[in-house]
Design a protein around this ligand. Structure first.
Ligand SMILES: C[S@@+](CC[C@H](N)C(=O)[O-])C[C@H]1O[C@@H](n2cnc3c(N)ncnc32)[C@H](O)[C@@H]1O
Length: 269
């Protein structure tokens, strides 16, 4: 298992749950309310955060197919979700680099993926929209990073680091080419609208408080790493910035907002 990804996913789950759009969740739940059982596909499941959040909102009888390339993360997800009433979960280890397998989508009423779309390319999104439209599935894509983040107290290099980090978000993450990164939600809205969907989005920013020290520390370290990967020439300035940001975290005075958007879409009847 990718231990650092697993730790990161566990750390971010409370912030994800607090940020997610209840309005869009309820709207999607309403769209599939008559399905008994409801068949759901979750792409890039990780430790199962999206299933844990959505499951209580959906009809009681649920049949999930959860997919990720990391079998250990998936095993963790299955263990965490065991014993949930008439909610059956099939876990499939699979590389989602291409979406050639139409069988994944067959019979699905809802296709969902949390914190995934910023990793995928525009062409991957287009293929996804086509697959979802073929089966008439509703879709819910929570927590797409949108590049609009800010820190307090401010530091002079905040904008530079954010810009480098946002450029890093566009590098190829193995899902169909250069990643949509901060444009993911906007691309998804256009692509699903073009595929004939009614589309809605809501801002779902993380609002991190000073007490969330460990989470903030890992987040800022990740930003610094990404920034230096894009521009090694800025390493000294980024390292200096990181030291000051970590000092704010340690002092219990650091607030960080990380911009996200949730996107939901329905095929018109
Ligand atoms: C940011 S995590 C989100 C996990 C989970 N949906 C959540 O909200 O906690 C992205 C997930 O996508 C998976 N992933 C990334 N690239 C993948 C690929 N090519 N095929 C399958 N899964 C992939 C990772 O293993 C990881 O679990």
């Amino acid at each position: 298992m990718n231990e650092s990804l697993s730790t990161w996913l566990a750390l971010r789950e409370p912030a994800d749950f607090a940020a997610r759009s209840l309005t869009l969740t309820r709207a999607i739940a309403k769209a599939v309310a008559a399905r008994d059982p409801v068949h759901v596909l979750d792409l890039g499941t990780g430790r199962g955060s999206n299933v844990r959040y959505l499951s209580p909102h959906l009809p009681p009888r649920q049949r999930w197919l959860v997919v990720d390339r990391d079998p250990a993360l998936l095993a963790h997800a299955s263990a965490l979700m065991a014993g949930r009433g008439d909610c059956r979960i099939e876990a499939r280890q699979m590389d989602l680099g291409s979406l050639d397998d139409r069988g994944l989508f067959s019979g699905r009423h809802l296709v969902t993926a949390s914190a995934l779309l910023d990793l995928v390319s525009e062409s991957w999104l287009s293929t996804l929209a086509g697959r979802c439209r073929e089966v008439g599935a509703a879709v819910l894509f929570p927590l797409n990073y949108n590049g609009r983040s800010r820190c307090s107290p401010e530091e002079p290099e905040d904008a530079m680091v954010l810009d480098l980090m946002n450029r890093h978000q566009h590098t190829d993450k193995g899902l169909g080419g250069p990643a949509a990164g901060p444009d993911a939600a906007a691309h998804a809205m256009t692509i699903f609208a073009d595929a004939g969907y009614d589309v809605r989005s809501e801002r779902t920013d993380w609002m991190l408080e000073p007490r969330e020290r460990e989470f903030q520390r890992r987040l800022i370290e990740g930003w610094a790493e990404a920034a230096m990967a894009i521009d090694s020439g800025s390493a000294a300035r980024v390292t200096d910035w990181l030291g000051r940001r970590l000092a704010h975290v340690a002092a219990g005075c650091s607030h960080i907002v990380v911009g996200h958007d949730d996107v939901a879409a329905w095929a018109p009847r």
